[in-house]
Design a protein around this ligand. Sequence first.
Ligand SMILES: Nc1ncnc2c1ncn2[C@@H]1O[C@H](COP(=O)(O)OP(=O)(O)O)[C@@H](O)[C@H]1O
Ligand SMILES: [Mg+2]
Length: 322
Amino acid sequence: MSSTEAIQQAIPAELSGMVRSVKFADGVATIIADAGGLGRSAAAQLQRELEQAVGAVEGVSEVRVALMADKVQRRIIAVGSGKGGVGKSTLTANLAVALAKLGRKVGVVDADIYGPSQVMLLDPARGRPKAEGNTLIPVESEFGVKLLSMAQLVEGGKAIAWRGPMVGQALGQMMEADWGDAELLLVDLPPGTGDVQLTMLQKFKPAGAIIVTTPQDLALIDATRAIDLFRQADIPIVGLVENMAGYACPHCGEVSDPFGAGGAESAAQAMGQEFLGRVPLHMAIRVASDTGQPPAANEGEHGEVYTEIAARLAVWLDAGRA
Ligand SMILES: Nc1ncnc2c1ncn2[C@@H]1O[C@H](COP(=O)(O)OP(=O)(O)O)[C@@H](O)[C@H]1O
Ligand SMILES: [Mg+2]
């Protein structure tokens, strides 16, 4: 039996499925193993067990284990808008919750340094992230979504004057945190098309972007700008979401369109972009959101709306996995 065969046989059966290659030369065994989807400590344990098992083989004087991370490639979806107040954060939070309900492992990065709101939306209990060395460990929200927000990183949610390098560092820490088995990170970007957005896009290269807009023309012009920003950075656009469409009067039930109707859908069409869905302007959405109860967490018509958009995103993600 060659040494390579002896090494292969020494690897416990429950680990052999993760081993991608075994090489042996001059007493040195080199093992490549797939640690995708494993958390940090599970990956470290895999490494130790391989080192022990292979190290015990006769003739092996050194074991080198290389772990390939991310078999489940963690993908980033940026949620952007041309301007603030269009409901970008509300959509991000609800999409995350809806995706978690569909069985996806999701994390949310609140990168909106000017108005971080994901803590209010997703974690009313206000957990604080822990740190292992320089690595942040996201807060696990009650909706099965992991969360890191700029707001968690400052004392008592105090507003601070972020300077460029600090912003970059904080963003980096959040993006490179220990997201464990999260396969998808939704990033709530600051509104507009400034430096933070550009740095974020270039450095962390999202797999795709969702653009949120309200139906009126002016918002659509801003949305076009946001789309251009992503295009410049070579980031595919998953599609547009129209928020605050059609207002149902709580008294008489009549539906009116304070911001116009269908603007985003026809704009999406004109720009050759997907239209992912329309979220109505409804008091219940704001009230639920303000109290840390994302409508997507509950059955009900508004939850449905978010679930449908989340399902379209899931289809897009799965199509790109090939
Ligand atoms: N579809 C909706 N119906 C009613 N209120 C909404 C809706 N979407 C968002 N809101 C409310 O509008 C305000 C702004 O939304 P937010 O998500 O914070 O916007 P952005 O992140 O784009 O600045 C919040 O008070 C939110 O609760
Ligand atoms: Mg916001």
